[in-house]
Design a protein around this ligand. Structure first.
Ligand code: UDP
Ligand code: MG
Length: 303
C-alpha cells in the first residue's frame, strides 16, 4: 500500500477536489492507497471537510493538529502515522502534478527507495523569491554538500527511509534536506510547478526568511566559525601595521603604536570566541543526535 501525506493549512477549497483527483488516479492505476490529510491547525472549514470525507471514503484519513505547527510538523506527523510500504508527500493545492505519483510508484516497484520530484521550472514566482531560493540552496550546497537545486517536498520514500527519518531524534527538522541526508537508492524525475488550484500561498517573506535561517543553521556550523576567520584577518592586520610602525619609528617618525595593539587584542578576543564557537558546534552536532550511519542492506537479515 502507498501512503499519500497531504499537509493542509486553510485549504477548505482544495481538500475535496484533491482527494477526488488523487483517488481517481490511484484507482485508475490499481494502486492501493491511504490519503492522510494532516490539518495543520486550520482556521477555516478544512477539518470539517476532512472528517466528512474520512467517513464517506475509506482511503481518506485525517490528523488534526491542536494549532498551526507548520508544514514540517505536518509532514513528520504523516510519516509517523502512515501505514504504507511507501509514502509520498504532496501539497494540497495540486501544484505538484498528482499524475506523477504513478511514475514514482513504478520506479519504487523497480527498486528505487527515494524518488525525488525535481522542479524543472519553478512556476510563477517573483524574481526576488527566485534569487533568495538560489542563494539559500547555494549556501546549503557549499556548506553541507546537499544539492537542493529544484528540490521540492514532493517525494516518494520506501518504508526503510520512512523509518530512518522517524528514528531521527532531532526536533528542528528540515524534511527536504534530511530526506537526502539519510541516503538510500535515490532517483529523480522532473516536473513543472503548476499554478495553485485554489486559495492563496501560506508563505510570506518573513516566514521564508526564518525558515531558511533555521535550516541553514541545522545543516552547517559555518557562521559559528566565521569569527575565527576574522580573528586571523585582524591578527594579520596587527602584524602588518606593527611592522610598519616599527619601520617608521626607526626612520625617526614619531609613532604611538596604538593601532597594532588594538588590532592584536581584538584578534585575540576573536580567536577565543572562535574556539568557543568550535566547541559549541561540536555540542550542537552531538545534541542533534543524528545516527553516525544508516545501514540499508544487511545480507544476514535477508536469510
Ligand atoms: N502548509 C501547512 N502548514 C503551514 C503552511 C502550509 O501544512 O503552516 C501546507 C499547505 O496547506 C500546502 C503546502 O503546505 O498544502 C504548501 O503550502 P503553499 O501552497 O502555501 O506553499 P507554496 O506552494 O506557495 O510554496
Ligand atoms: Mg502551493
Amino acid at each position: 500500500m502507498m501512503s499519500i501525506i497531504i499537509p493542509s493549512y486553510n485549504e477548505e477549497e482544495n481538500i475535496e477536489n484533491t482527494a477526488k483527483v488523487i483517488g481517481g488516479i490511484m484507482e485508475e492505476n490499481n494502486i492501493e492507497c491511504e490519503m492522510i490529510f494532516v490539518d495543520d491547525g486550520s482556521r477555516d472549514r478544512t477539518w470539517e471537510i476532512i472528517e466528512n470525507l474520512s467517513k464517506s471514503n475509506r482511503s481518506v484519513r485525517g490528523l488534526k493538529f491542536s494549532r498551526n505547527f507548520g508544514k514540517e510538523g505536518a509532514i513528520f506527523a504523516g510519516l509517523k502515522h502512515c501505514k504504507g510500504d511507501c509514502a509520498v508527500v504532496i501539497d494540497c493545492d495540486l501544484q505538484h502534478p498528482p499524475a506523477l505519483m504513478v511514475e514514482m510508484y513504478n520506479l519504487w516497484k523497480q527498486g528505487w527507495q527515494v524518488v525525488e520530484a525535481v522542479k524543472a521550472s519553478r512556476g510563477k514566482e517573483s524574481p526576488i523569491y527566485g534569487f533568495f531560493a538560489k542563494t539559500f540552496y547555494g549556501m546549503m550546497k557549499s556548506s553541507s554538500n546537499i544539492d537542493m537545486n529544484g528540490a521540492s517536498d514532493y517525494k516518494l520514500m520506501d518504508r526503510q527511509v520512512i523509518d530512518a527519518l522517524n528514528d531521527l531524534p532531532e526536533r528542528i527538522t528540515f524534511y527536504r534536506a534530511l530526506s537526502s541526508w539519510v541516503g538510500f537508492k535515490t532517483t529523480k524525475i522532473e516536473f513543472n510547478v503548476a499554478p495553485r488550484n485554489a486559495g492563496v500561498s501560506k508563505w510570506n517573506f518573513k516566514k521564508l526568511f526564518k525558515f531558511a535561517l533555521s535550516n541553514l543553521t541545522s545543516f552547517t556550523n559555518a557562521p559559528l566559525q566565521l569569527v575565527t576567520v576574522f580573528g586571523f584577518i585582524f591578527m594579520f592586520a596587527a602584524v602588518v601595521t606593527g611592522v610598519i610602525s616599527i619601520v617608521r619609528a626607526c626612520q625617526g617618525f614619531p609613532q604611538n603604536g596604538i593601532m597594532p595593539v588594538m588590532l592584536f587584542s581584538t584578534s585575540l578576543i576573536m580567536l577565543a570566541l572562535g574556539a568557543i564557537g568550535y566547541y559549541l558546534s561540536k555540542i550542537y552536532e552531538e545534541i542533534k543526535g543524528r545516527p553516525r550511519y544508516i545501514v540499508s542492506i544487511d545480507t544476514d537479515s535477508e536469510k
